[in-house]
Design a protein around this ligand. Structure first.
Ligand code: ATP
Ligand code: MG
Length: 317
């Protein structure tokens, strides 16, 4: 449904996105995750047909996003990062106007405007001037206009930002429902959001996709043998930590109440060496199990420079 190949965008001399490729199918909710300035909004604006790429190609339902932007806009609902609302219109007038721009006509259009306002819980504010709305309400009106023409593809740039907790939950449920037979690409900084909603995550950093996977496999891939927990019967966690600290394959040890958390290099399983130390000292090995890495850890690991990582770890320690 969404097909992106070698997409690159320069702002002047600055390369904001660098040869990005990915695809998203119908019935898939794909999460775009990345720090500030990673290039999420840039990519999404290009996909929504609002700006041409410098290089590369993107198509939606087979239509080129720039060459055939009219066809694309009919099929795409786009929630921009900052929703450009017409402040002198009422909520109802604005959504109705957006529907007319997407080629909707007749009584169906009016019914549909009511319907989407109901979906985002804004029907009771239909006659309010946009200028008088709170930030979260504007976000919800932005969502309503993205949905009004029942698009097959939804591109949502941080859809839950600024919403209160109840609305966050409702909007997520709405997105989940919509994602069952549509294609949804959403960007967010909220890791639990991608975890809850997305079947696939694209992690973008400095304009490049640095990882692409399901939330589960991404966690598994990064976690692998890299972090595990060791508990022995007849030595204190501090003693064990001390003994493991200097092993070549061990990059970090951290004694806890019960045992020791050990980190090893990604391709450098430290478990055999750790087990050998424990046997040599005649300690009783009670537990040796991999630790799940949270998406938070993964995100930081994939998007943070090594130097910064060390700095952060020092700060924590
Ligand atoms: N109109 C513009 N002119 C020049 N540079 C821009 C413009 N828009 C974005 N950039 C730059 O391109 C890079 C990517 O920006 P973009 O808005 O796509 O990031 P983002 O991933 O959406 O970040 P955020 O999480 O803060 O929304 C940034 O370095 C930004 O400063
Ligand atoms: Mg952005």
């Amino acid at each position: 449904m969404i097909q992106v190949e070698g997409l690159t965008k320069y702002y002047g001399n600055f390369k904001a996105i660098d040869s990005i490729s990915f695809h998203a199918d119908a019935g898939e909710i794909v999460g775009f995750l990345g720090p500030n300035g990673a290039g999420k909004t840039t990519t999404m604006r290009i996909l929504a047909g609002y700006m041409p790429p410098s290089e590369g190609q993107a198509s939606i339902a087979g239509f080129d996003v720039f060459e055939q932007s009219l066809e694309v806009r009919r099929r795409v609902g786009y929630l921009p990062e900052t929703v450009p609302l017409y402040k002198e219109l009422t909520v109802w007038q604005y959504v109705d106007y957006m529907a007319s721009l997407r080629g909707m006509r007749g009584p169906e259009r009016a019914d549909r405007v009511d319907e989407v306002l109901e979906m985002v819980d804004m029907l009771d504010r239909a006659d309010s001037l946009i200028a008088s709305l709170s930030k979260g309400m504007r976000q919800r009106v932005g969502l309503a206009q993205a949905l009004v023409h029942s698009p097959d593809v939804l591109i949502l740039d941080e859809p839950t930002i600024g919403l209160d907790p109840r609305q966050v939950r409702e909007v997520r449920e709405l997105i989940r429902d919509l994602g069952q037979d549509r294609t949804v690409l959403l960007s967010t900084h909220i890791l639990s959001e991608v975890n809850q909603l997305c079947s696939r995550i694209l992690i973008i950093n400095n304009g490049q996709i640095v990882a692409e996977d399901s939330p589960e496999t991404l966690a598994a891939r990064l976690e692998g043998a890299t972090r595990f927990f060791v508990r022995v019967g007849n030595a204190s966690p501090e003693e064990v930590a001390e003994a493991l600290r200097d092993l070549e394959t061990v990059t970090d040890v951290y004694p806890t109440d019960q045992g020791v958390e050990v980190t090893s290099g990604r391709d450098n399983d430290a478990r055999p060496a750790v087990a050998a130390v424990i046997v040599n000292r005649s300690w009783d090995l009670l537990e040796l199990r991999p630790l799940q890495m949270s998406l938070e850890d993964i995100f930081l690991r994939l998007t943070t420079d090594e130097d910064e990582m060390e700095f952060q770890q020092e700060e924590v320690a």
